[in-house]
Each structure stands twice: as C-alpha cells, then as structure tokens.
Design a binder for this molecule. Structure first.
Ligand code: F6R
Length: 608
C-alpha cells in the first residue's frame, strides 16, 4: 500500500517528509521519492528500494523547497524502478498517488494523441499529464485539478504541487484514505494520522470524493461535486498507537471503508496490472495442470469466501472443488487423492479447526496452500505455500476487509490456474483481470449508498428474523450477510440459495419478514425474480441489492432497493459484500450493540 505525505510551509520540508514517510513504512513499499519547489521550479529525488536509499540521495542533492510531496510506492503498474517511483511530474505539476487509476490506458491514448509524451510504465503519470493538459488550456492549478478529477476512475488518493506555486498543495481522495494535518504556518497531507503524528495531532479526514486546497495558512475543502464543504477537525492519539480508528466510530466501520485500498493492494500483489495477466508472487510446488480436484476448508466468514471461490475454480480452472467447514472436515475421514491440493482460508491463521483440517490433509499427502492475513501464524508456517491477504490488522471481531481480500486472492488463483491449465485463453484472462482491477473502484462507489443503508437499518433493527437470498456466488454472500447481521446485531438471520426458498423457508414469510435479495442482473437473474415474486405474494418485505437493470426488469414491489453500479457479473460478490456489511453494521449501531466486540465472540478461535 503506497504512502503519501505533503507539506506546505515556510521552511525546507524534504527532511520532514522523509521522517513522515518512515512512519508509513509499515504499509510496505519498494521505492520512494520526494518533490519540492526550488526557486519556484519543480525538483525531484527518487530511489529504488528502501528509504535509506532516498535519504542518501537527498544528502548528496538536498532539496530546499518549503512545499513538497513524498511517497513510498508499492508497485502496481510497472516494476519498482527509480523511473517508475513517484512523484511523477511534467513541467507544470508533480503528483503522488496511492491506489489504481482504472482508465489509465484510455486516458494515456487520448493524451498521447494530443502530444503528451509518457516516460514511465505507471498509471499515475496520466494524472500529471491530465492536469497539465487542463493547465495548458489556461486553467489555474486548482481549476485544472477540479477538471481532471472527475475523469479518473478507480480508488485512489492523490497529492499535487505545481511549478511556480510555492504556497499551494492539493490533495484528493476517492476510495483510499487521506488526512489533512493542521500546523502553525504549515499544513500537511498524509495517508493516515500516523504519518502526520510528528507534526500535529489536529487532523481532518477527507470524506470520499473530497479534494482539498492547502496553503501555509489553512485548508479549503470541496466535495465530489466541487462545492465548498465543511469538514471537522479531530484530535488524534496517533503517535501512541499504530492502529487507530481514524474518523470512524468503530474499527468495523474503518475496516469496511479500507476495503477499496486493501483489496487494491492485494490484487496488485497477484496481478500484473500493465499486461493484464495473473502473476503469482510465489512458486507453486505442484503443476496446476496435473490437479484433478481441489479441497477447501475454513470456518465462518473464511468458509464463505471459500464457497464463493468454489464457483470460480470450477468455472475458470475447470477443477471440481470439495468444500467443507473445518470442524466437520477434520473428523470425516475424507479420502483424498495423493498429490491433490488443499486450500485453507483463515484471517488469523490460528483457528484450531482449520489448522486441524490442514494437518489432516497433509497426512493424506496433499499440497497445502493457505490464504492467510497473519503471515507469521501457525497455519502460514505449516503450509507449503502462503497466499497472503494484504488486509492489514483486522481489529473488529466481525470479519470484513479480510473477507474481501480473501476473495481477491482466491479469484486471482482461480484465474491463474485457469490460464495455467489452458482452460482460459489470454484474451479471457485479460478480461477477467480487467474486471478484477475494477473491483476497488466499484467498492468505493458502493459507499455512496451508505446514507440510504443507514436509514434502512432503522427498519431492519425492528425485525426479529431476516432472510438473505442469492444465487450463484451471491448465495454464499447471502450466508455471509446473515452471519454478519446475527453476530453483531443478535437479530436471527438465515441465508438461503434463492432456489431453495420453496423447499421450506417460504413458510416463514409474512408481513414482518424482511427478505434481502442479492441479485445483480446476471444469467440467473430471471430465476431470482420468480423467487422474489413468491416472497411478494406472501407479503414479505423485499430489499433488493442489485443494479439498475435488476430493479427495472423485475416488476416486483420492493420495500427498498440499494442500487449498485453496473459491473461484469463474474466477481460481483466482492463489491456486493460492501452494502451487505454496511447494512449489518448500521443495524447493530442503531440497536446500540457493541459492534467491535459482540457478546460471546473472539477474534481468533484457537479452541475447537
Ligand atoms: C465472522 C468471523 C468468523 C471468522 C472465523 C474464522 O465475522 O469473523 O466467522 O471468519 O472465526 O476465523 P479465521 O478467518 O481467523 O480462521
């Protein structure tokens, strides 16, 4: 995950920027750089590798400017070379960026046709050229940024400085965090409060879609539509804690909102964004071509991630998948084919049943691949290959960002295996990779529904029972939705495959029963419409989480609809997880429950 720092003040800032970047090292990076203005002109120093390389270069060529931006880069588009390191610059503007610009190829083509010359493999460079293009039309720096931002698709945070503008620093946030720090005659931008802690504890967090204009005297905030916005100052304790809640009430809310960023980071670890192919960051001790079946085992939310992945491995890699909850699998005496692959999925990497399932599979001569968030955990240590989820520490007991990062890793594995086995050709692989790259941006889009979800939560909080329905990969997501709601709000909830409704659960439906239907307009949508009609005929209150077409084509009386952006159906379960999580979260908050530490639950279940 890249780190961003910016300072605008009265004295040289380069040293402070490097000090602040040190506090972002925990996010992981492979190159770094700083840009300032010297005598009004943009100057950059960048280095491959760790910050000590950058610091050594800065000793040789000290930068004197009083406005500057700094960056630690976690390579996504293009190798971790000095040339690809941020800041990226033209003769007008320098920019640092965290996240992914999804439409960089289109923009690059458009700008190249207009005479812009690109020098790096990165997606970020298009931002510098896009802003430059606007400035060449005669716009001020600030108007150029305002014009450029709506043209960018994806999840990102950005910081800009401009040639000849020693008192100007601009930041923007869409789906990746960015905070403003308030100093005396000096203002700061940082990826999080930790980066700003050496300078100030007075912070303003940007809302999604916001951008901000900083001068040494203060900050002016604008919302996504470009209108001036008021954003509150908060006091942080960031210097003392490595993990804080930011401007969120609960860790769970913070972790839900971190998802575009951490899913983007996880995808970048497994995909070559530039060529549109899967690039696994490890050697496999087996050849996917020789596999005849995969077994997946896990518990709770991690199990549901595995259940979604079953659809992907079967569809893309043409491999049969056996999946079971670990507490059952470990005692089943399941016969396993020698040399087969066992995938275990676990956030903590310490779950006792999952570990026992792993050990059983190992005894049965299976290769063990674990998808884990804690890479020093027992499950990671006992695996042949560790496919890391890069979600960062998950503090809320209810798993959110670990779940979507597990899905991101499993999707990459399924597509990678599909291509290795010849089940997917390069064109289809590139299409699926492009769909995956769009996931963080779509998740960020889903946050726009939060006020509506909050209102809906007030109704849901009155329910005694809730039913979740879905088909295909939305069936396991329905199970996850029900689990999320019951574990933090204590409302009884069940998830069902929509086609199972009339085999029993339909008996439960009456006017008091909310039925949450997860249904994008996909190949099985029409079948789900029939199920919704069965619910409507019995007075059930249907809440549709679906796209505009799903709403339009269904002619069912909805109690409420949560409109999701249009997307290819393949990996829709990843962005659809966001409203499902937000609905559970807000319902529990309305009910005054202890969201981060629900009763009876532990974060790491190390007993049977
Ligand atoms: C639910 C939840 C649990 C965990 C399960 C497995 O929100 O967090 O269901 O998913 O206890 O834990 P890990 O992934 O640590 O093995």
């Amino acid at each position: 995950m890249c780190g961003i720092v910016g300072i605008v003040g009265a004295s040289p800032v380069a040293e402070q920027i490097v000090e602040s970047l040190r506090r972002l090292e925990y996010r992981g990076y492979d190159s770094a750089g700083v840009a300032t203005l010297e005598n009004g002109r943009l100057t950059r120093v960048r280095a491959e590798g760790k910050l000590k390389n950058l610091a050594a270069k800065l000793q040789e060529h000290p930068l004197k400017g009083a406005v500057g931006i700094g960056h630690t880069r976690w390579a996504t588009h293009g190798r971790p070379t000095e040339n690809n390191a941020h800041p990226h610059a033209t003769d007008r503007v320098a920019v640092v960026h965290n996240g992914i610009i999804e439409n960089f190829r289109e923009l690059r083509e458009e700008l190249t046709a207009r005479g812009h010359v690109f020098k790096t493999e990165t997606d970020t460079e298009v931002v510098a050229h896009l802003v430059t293009d606007e400035m060449q039309k005669g716009h001020s720096a600030r108007d150029a940024v305002a014009a450029a931002l709506p043209r960018l698709r994806g999840a990102f945070a950005l910081a800009f400085i401009f040639n000849g503008e020693p008192d100007l620093l601009i930041g923007a946030r869409q789906g990746a965090p960015l905070a403003v720090g308030w100093g005396e005659g000096e203002m700061y931008l940082g990826s999080d409060a930790l980066a700003l802690a050496p300078f100030t504890n007075t912070i303003t967090y940007l809302d999604d879609g916001d951008w901000v204009v900083l001068t040494p005297k203060g900050a002016q905030f604008f919302d996504a539509s470009g209108l001036p916005a008021r954003r509150a100052k908060v006091q942080t304790q960031a210097s003392a804690f490595l993990v804080d809640k930011g401007n969120h009430r609960h860790f769970m809310a913070k972790e839900i909102h971190e998802q575009p960023e951490v899913v983007g980071r996880t995808l970048a670890h497994y995909l070559d964004m530039s060529s549109g192919a899967v690039r696994l960051p490890f050697e496999l001790p087996f050849d996917p071509k020789t596999l005849t079946r995969i077994t997946i085992s896990a518990c709770g939310t991690a199990y549901y991630a595995g259940l979604i992945a079953k659809y992907w491995f079967e569809r893309y890699a043409r491999l049969p998948v056996e999946i079971d909850v670990a507490s059952e699998f470990r005692y089943r005496d399941a016969p396993m084919v020698d040399g087969g692959l066992m995938i275990v999925v676990s956030q903590s990497g310490e779950t006792a049943d999952t570990l026992a399932a792993l050990r059983y599979a190992k005894e049965q001569g299976q290769h063990i691949l674990s998808v884990v968030n804690v890479q020093t955990s027992t499950i990671a240590r006992e695996s042949d290959v560790v496919a890391a989820t890069l979600a960062g520490p998950e503090i809320g007991v209810a798993s959110t960002k670990a779940f979507t990062c597990q899905l991101a890793v499993l999707a990459c594995l399924a597509v990678g295996f599909g291509s290795a086995r010849g089940a997917l050709d390069a064109t289809r692989e590139a299409e699926l990779v492009a769909d995956l790259i769009s996931m963080p941006g779509l998740m960020a889009e889903a946050f726009k529904r939060e006020p509506q979800i909050e209102a809906l939560a007030r109704d849901l909080a009155k329910a005694k029972d809730v039913l979740y329905l879905g088909r295909g990969t939305n069936y396991p997501l329905a199970l996850e939705g029900a689990l999320k709601l019951k574990e933090i709000s204590y409302i009884h909830a069940e998830g069902y495959a929509a086609g199972e409704l009339k085999h029993g659960p339909i008996a439960l439906i009456d006017e008091a029963m909310p039925v949450i239907v997860l249904a994008p307009f996909d190949a099985v949508f029409e079948k789900t419409v029939s199920n919704m009609q069965e619910v409507a005929a019995r007075g059930g209150k249907i809440v549709l989480i679906g796209d505009a077409r799903a709403k339009h084509e269904s002619a069912v009386p909805f109690f409420a609809t949560i409109a999701m952006p249009d997307m290819a159906p393949d990996f829709a379960a990843i962005p659809y997880a966001v409203p499902v999580q937000m609905l559970a979260y807000h319902t529990a908050v309305v009910m005054g429950k202890d969201v981060d530490q629900p009763r009876n639950l532990a974060k790491s279940v190390t007993v049977e």
